[in-house]
Design a protein around this ligand. Sequence first.
Ligand SMILES: *[C@@H]1O[C@H](CO)[C@@H](O)[C@H](O)[C@H]1NC(C)=O
Length: 262
Amino acid sequence: ERSFKYRILVSVLQLNLLYFLGAVASVFWVDSELGSDIYLDGIVSVVDAKHGLQHLTEEKPEGLVNEASRQVALADLIIINKTDLVSGEELNKVRTSVRSINGLVKILETQRSRVDLSNVLDLHAFDSLSGISLQKKIENMKTTHAHLDKGIMTVTFEVLGNIKEENLNLFIQNLLWEKNVKDKTGRTMDVIRLKGLVSIQGKSHQVIVQGVHELYDLEETAVAWKEDEKRTNRLVLIGRNLDKEIIKEVFIETVTEKHEIS
Ligand SMILES: *[C@@H]1O[C@H](CO)[C@@H](O)[C@H](O)[C@H]1NC(C)=O
Protein backbone atom coordinates (compact mmCIF):
# COMPACT_ATOMS: atom_id res chain seq x y z
CA GLU A 1 0.00 0.00 0.00
CA ARG A 2 1.22 3.43 -0.85
CA SER A 3 0.83 5.65 2.18
CA PHE A 4 1.01 8.78 0.12
CA LYS A 5 1.46 9.67 -3.46
CA TYR A 6 3.51 12.20 -5.23
CA ARG A 7 2.07 13.42 -8.42
CA ILE A 8 4.58 14.12 -11.07
CA LEU A 9 3.64 17.08 -13.16
CA VAL A 10 6.23 17.59 -15.79
CA SER A 11 5.84 21.03 -17.18
CA VAL A 12 8.02 21.49 -20.14
CA LEU A 13 9.24 24.98 -20.64
CA GLN A 14 12.93 24.57 -21.24
CA LEU A 15 13.48 22.76 -24.48
CA ASN A 16 16.79 21.31 -23.35
CA LEU A 17 14.97 19.51 -20.56
CA LEU A 18 13.84 17.08 -23.19
CA TYR A 19 16.16 14.15 -22.76
CA PHE A 20 16.05 14.67 -19.05
CA LEU A 21 12.29 14.33 -19.29
CA GLY A 22 12.48 11.00 -21.07
CA ALA A 23 14.98 9.73 -18.51
CA VAL A 24 12.99 10.95 -15.51
CA ALA A 25 9.81 9.41 -16.86
CA SER A 26 11.58 6.09 -17.26
CA VAL A 27 13.05 6.12 -13.77
CA PHE A 28 9.75 6.79 -12.02
CA TRP A 29 7.97 4.31 -14.15
CA VAL A 30 10.38 1.52 -13.34
CA ASP A 31 10.49 2.61 -9.74
CA SER A 32 6.74 2.20 -9.33
CA GLU A 33 7.13 -1.46 -10.07
CA LEU A 34 9.52 -1.72 -7.16
CA GLY A 35 6.74 -0.59 -4.87
CA SER A 36 7.99 2.93 -4.32
CA ASP A 37 5.76 5.78 -3.19
CA ILE A 38 6.58 7.68 -6.32
CA TYR A 39 4.94 6.63 -9.51
CA LEU A 40 4.51 8.02 -12.98
CA ASP A 41 0.96 9.23 -13.43
CA GLY A 42 1.36 10.84 -16.81
CA ILE A 43 3.39 13.26 -18.86
CA VAL A 44 2.05 16.77 -19.25
CA SER A 45 3.45 19.28 -21.72
CA VAL A 46 2.56 22.92 -22.08
CA VAL A 47 2.27 24.48 -25.51
CA ASP A 48 2.18 28.24 -25.79
CA ALA A 49 -0.70 29.19 -28.10
CA LYS A 50 1.18 32.24 -29.29
CA HIS A 51 4.62 30.78 -30.01
CA GLY A 52 3.95 27.05 -29.97
CA LEU A 53 3.51 26.69 -33.70
CA GLN A 54 6.81 28.43 -34.31
CA HIS A 55 8.56 25.98 -31.97
CA LEU A 56 6.83 23.00 -33.52
CA THR A 57 7.88 23.97 -37.03
CA GLU A 58 11.41 25.04 -36.16
CA GLU A 59 13.89 23.60 -38.65
CA LYS A 60 16.65 21.43 -37.29
CA PRO A 61 19.79 20.14 -39.01
CA GLU A 62 19.25 17.00 -41.05
CA GLY A 63 18.30 14.00 -38.96
CA LEU A 64 17.25 15.93 -35.87
CA VAL A 65 13.71 16.46 -34.67
CA ASN A 66 12.83 19.71 -33.06
CA GLU A 67 12.41 19.28 -29.33
CA ALA A 68 8.98 20.87 -29.10
CA SER A 69 7.53 18.20 -31.39
CA ARG A 70 9.22 15.47 -29.40
CA GLN A 71 7.65 16.80 -26.23
CA VAL A 72 4.22 16.82 -27.78
CA ALA A 73 4.84 13.25 -28.93
CA LEU A 74 5.75 12.12 -25.40
CA ALA A 75 2.79 13.72 -23.65
CA ASP A 76 -0.39 12.20 -22.31
CA LEU A 77 -1.85 15.63 -21.76
CA ILE A 78 -1.13 18.88 -23.56
CA ILE A 79 -2.09 22.18 -22.04
CA ILE A 80 -2.41 24.88 -24.66
CA ASN A 81 -1.85 28.03 -22.65
CA LYS A 82 -2.43 31.70 -23.47
CA THR A 83 -5.42 31.00 -25.70
CA ASP A 84 -6.59 34.55 -25.02
CA LEU A 85 -3.63 35.92 -26.93
CA VAL A 86 -4.49 34.35 -30.29
CA SER A 87 -7.41 34.35 -32.72
CA GLY A 88 -9.70 31.37 -33.09
CA GLU A 89 -8.03 30.54 -36.37
CA GLU A 90 -4.53 30.60 -34.90
CA LEU A 91 -5.65 28.47 -31.98
CA ASN A 92 -7.16 25.99 -34.38
CA LYS A 93 -3.83 25.69 -36.21
CA VAL A 94 -2.00 24.95 -32.97
CA ARG A 95 -4.62 22.39 -32.00
CA THR A 96 -4.45 20.70 -35.41
CA SER A 97 -0.66 20.58 -35.31
CA VAL A 98 -0.61 19.05 -31.83
CA ARG A 99 -3.20 16.49 -32.89
CA SER A 100 -1.28 15.64 -36.06
CA ILE A 101 1.78 14.73 -34.00
CA ASN A 102 0.03 12.91 -31.19
CA GLY A 103 -3.29 11.34 -32.05
CA LEU A 104 -3.86 10.06 -28.52
CA VAL A 105 -3.07 13.07 -26.39
CA LYS A 106 -5.71 14.78 -24.30
CA ILE A 107 -5.79 18.54 -24.95
CA LEU A 108 -6.74 21.19 -22.41
CA GLU A 109 -6.94 24.85 -23.33
CA THR A 110 -6.21 27.48 -20.73
CA GLN A 111 -5.60 31.13 -20.10
CA ARG A 112 -2.92 32.10 -17.59
CA SER A 113 -2.36 28.38 -16.87
CA ARG A 114 -5.64 28.14 -15.00
CA VAL A 115 -6.66 24.51 -15.06
CA ASP A 116 -8.99 22.35 -13.08
CA LEU A 117 -6.50 20.11 -11.30
CA SER A 118 -8.81 17.13 -11.56
CA ASN A 119 -8.10 17.26 -15.28
CA VAL A 120 -4.35 17.18 -14.75
CA LEU A 121 -3.89 14.77 -11.86
CA ASP A 122 -4.74 11.09 -11.74
CA LEU A 123 -4.18 10.61 -15.44
CA HIS A 124 -3.28 6.96 -14.83
CA ALA A 125 -1.61 7.06 -18.20
CA PHE A 126 0.86 4.32 -17.31
CA ASP A 127 -1.08 1.85 -15.24
CA SER A 128 -3.48 -0.86 -16.22
CA LEU A 129 -6.40 1.39 -15.27
CA SER A 130 -5.76 3.26 -18.48
CA GLY A 131 -6.76 0.12 -20.38
CA ILE A 132 -10.42 1.04 -20.46
CA SER A 133 -10.01 4.62 -21.59
CA LEU A 134 -7.32 3.58 -24.04
CA GLN A 135 -9.67 1.08 -25.61
CA LYS A 136 -12.29 3.74 -26.29
CA LYS A 137 -9.67 6.10 -27.64
CA ILE A 138 -7.90 3.76 -30.00
CA GLU A 139 -11.09 2.32 -31.41
CA ASN A 140 -11.91 5.72 -32.82
CA MET A 141 -8.39 6.70 -33.71
CA LYS A 142 -7.00 7.16 -37.17
CA THR A 143 -3.46 7.36 -38.42
CA THR A 144 -2.50 11.02 -38.66
CA HIS A 145 -0.73 12.62 -41.56
CA ALA A 146 2.63 14.18 -40.98
CA HIS A 147 1.23 17.66 -40.87
CA LEU A 148 4.46 19.44 -40.22
CA ASP A 149 7.47 18.89 -42.42
CA LYS A 150 9.52 15.85 -41.49
CA GLY A 151 7.20 15.70 -38.58
CA ILE A 152 6.35 13.23 -35.95
CA MET A 153 3.08 11.46 -36.49
CA THR A 154 0.77 8.88 -34.97
CA VAL A 155 0.21 5.53 -36.62
CA THR A 156 -2.35 2.97 -35.56
CA PHE A 157 -3.21 -0.49 -36.81
CA GLU A 158 -5.19 -3.54 -35.86
CA VAL A 159 -4.46 -7.22 -36.35
CA LEU A 160 -6.95 -9.92 -35.42
CA GLY A 161 -6.09 -13.00 -33.40
CA ASN A 162 -4.12 -14.18 -30.40
CA ILE A 163 -0.41 -13.57 -30.23
CA LYS A 164 2.42 -15.10 -28.30
CA GLU A 165 4.00 -12.92 -25.67
CA GLU A 166 7.55 -13.76 -26.75
CA ASN A 167 6.76 -12.81 -30.34
CA LEU A 168 5.29 -9.51 -29.22
CA ASN A 169 8.45 -8.87 -27.20
CA LEU A 170 10.50 -9.60 -30.28
CA PHE A 171 8.47 -7.15 -32.36
CA ILE A 172 8.78 -4.38 -29.79
CA GLN A 173 12.47 -5.02 -29.19
CA ASN A 174 13.23 -4.86 -32.89
CA LEU A 175 11.41 -1.55 -33.05
CA LEU A 176 12.68 0.08 -29.84
CA TRP A 177 16.04 -1.57 -29.14
CA GLU A 178 17.48 -3.01 -32.31
CA LYS A 179 15.92 -0.23 -34.37
CA ASN A 180 15.99 -2.46 -37.40
CA VAL A 181 12.54 -1.55 -38.67
CA LYS A 182 12.96 0.88 -41.58
CA ASP A 183 10.63 2.87 -43.78
CA LYS A 184 10.52 2.65 -47.59
CA THR A 185 13.53 4.90 -47.99
CA GLY A 186 15.62 2.99 -45.46
CA ARG A 187 15.26 5.44 -42.60
CA THR A 188 14.97 3.93 -39.13
CA MET A 189 11.55 4.22 -37.56
CA ASP A 190 11.98 6.32 -34.46
CA VAL A 191 9.29 5.48 -31.91
CA ILE A 192 8.85 7.92 -29.04
CA ARG A 193 5.65 6.60 -27.53
CA LEU A 194 3.94 3.26 -27.93
CA LYS A 195 0.56 2.19 -26.58
CA GLY A 196 -1.61 -0.74 -27.32
CA LEU A 197 -4.12 -3.32 -26.24
CA VAL A 198 -3.31 -6.85 -27.28
CA SER A 199 -4.61 -10.36 -26.97
CA ILE A 200 -1.97 -12.70 -25.58
CA GLN A 201 -2.40 -16.45 -25.92
CA GLY A 202 -3.54 -18.02 -22.69
CA LYS A 203 -4.58 -14.73 -21.06
CA SER A 204 -8.25 -14.08 -20.37
CA HIS A 205 -7.81 -10.32 -20.08
CA GLN A 206 -6.64 -7.63 -22.47
CA VAL A 207 -2.99 -6.73 -22.06
CA ILE A 208 -1.87 -3.11 -22.22
CA VAL A 209 1.44 -2.25 -23.89
CA GLN A 210 3.25 0.93 -22.90
CA GLY A 211 6.46 2.28 -24.33
CA VAL A 212 8.49 5.44 -23.80
CA HIS A 213 11.62 5.66 -25.89
CA GLU A 214 13.43 2.37 -25.31
CA LEU A 215 11.52 1.31 -22.24
CA TYR A 216 8.36 -0.74 -22.47
CA ASP A 217 6.05 -2.79 -20.35
CA LEU A 218 3.18 -5.25 -20.73
CA GLU A 219 0.48 -5.49 -18.10
CA GLU A 220 -2.77 -7.41 -17.92
CA THR A 221 -5.79 -5.09 -17.55
CA ALA A 222 -9.04 -5.66 -15.69
CA VAL A 223 -10.87 -5.92 -19.01
CA ALA A 224 -11.69 -9.54 -19.85
CA TRP A 225 -12.21 -10.69 -23.42
CA LYS A 226 -15.85 -11.60 -23.89
CA GLU A 227 -16.82 -15.04 -25.18
CA ASP A 228 -18.28 -13.75 -28.43
CA GLU A 229 -15.70 -11.01 -28.92
CA LYS A 230 -13.11 -11.14 -31.67
CA ARG A 231 -9.68 -11.20 -30.11
CA THR A 232 -7.66 -8.37 -31.58
CA ASN A 233 -4.42 -6.40 -31.22
CA ARG A 234 -4.43 -2.65 -31.59
CA LEU A 235 -1.26 -0.64 -31.45
CA VAL A 236 -0.62 3.07 -31.53
CA LEU A 237 2.85 4.38 -32.28
CA ILE A 238 3.97 7.97 -32.12
CA GLY A 239 7.24 8.84 -33.76
CA ARG A 240 9.18 9.65 -36.87
CA ASN A 241 9.59 7.90 -40.22
CA LEU A 242 6.64 5.70 -39.38
CA ASP A 243 5.02 3.79 -42.22
CA LYS A 244 1.81 2.15 -41.11
CA GLU A 245 1.75 -0.52 -43.81
CA ILE A 246 5.34 -1.59 -43.19
CA ILE A 247 4.93 -1.69 -39.39
CA LYS A 248 1.77 -3.73 -39.71
CA GLU A 249 3.49 -6.14 -42.09
CA VAL A 250 6.45 -6.54 -39.74
CA PHE A 251 4.07 -7.06 -36.85
CA ILE A 252 2.16 -9.80 -38.66
CA GLU A 253 5.40 -11.40 -39.80
CA THR A 254 6.87 -11.37 -36.31
CA VAL A 255 3.87 -12.48 -34.29
CA THR A 256 2.62 -15.25 -36.56
CA GLU A 257 4.10 -18.52 -37.78
CA LYS A 258 7.80 -17.72 -37.68
CA HIS A 259 9.81 -17.58 -34.48
CA GLU A 260 8.09 -20.59 -32.97
CA ILE A 261 9.80 -21.66 -29.81
CA SER A 262 12.03 -24.56 -30.61
C1 LIG B 1 0.54 30.54 -19.11
O1 LIG B 1 0.29 31.83 -19.55
C2 LIG B 1 0.48 32.88 -18.59
C3 LIG B 1 0.13 34.18 -19.26
O2 LIG B 1 -1.20 34.15 -19.74
C4 LIG B 1 1.90 32.88 -18.11
O3 LIG B 1 2.07 33.84 -17.10
C5 LIG B 1 2.23 31.50 -17.54
O4 LIG B 1 3.60 31.44 -17.19
C6 LIG B 1 1.96 30.43 -18.60
N1 LIG B 1 2.17 29.13 -17.99
C7 LIG B 1 2.98 28.21 -18.51
C8 LIG B 1 3.09 26.95 -17.72
O5 LIG B 1 3.60 28.37 -19.53
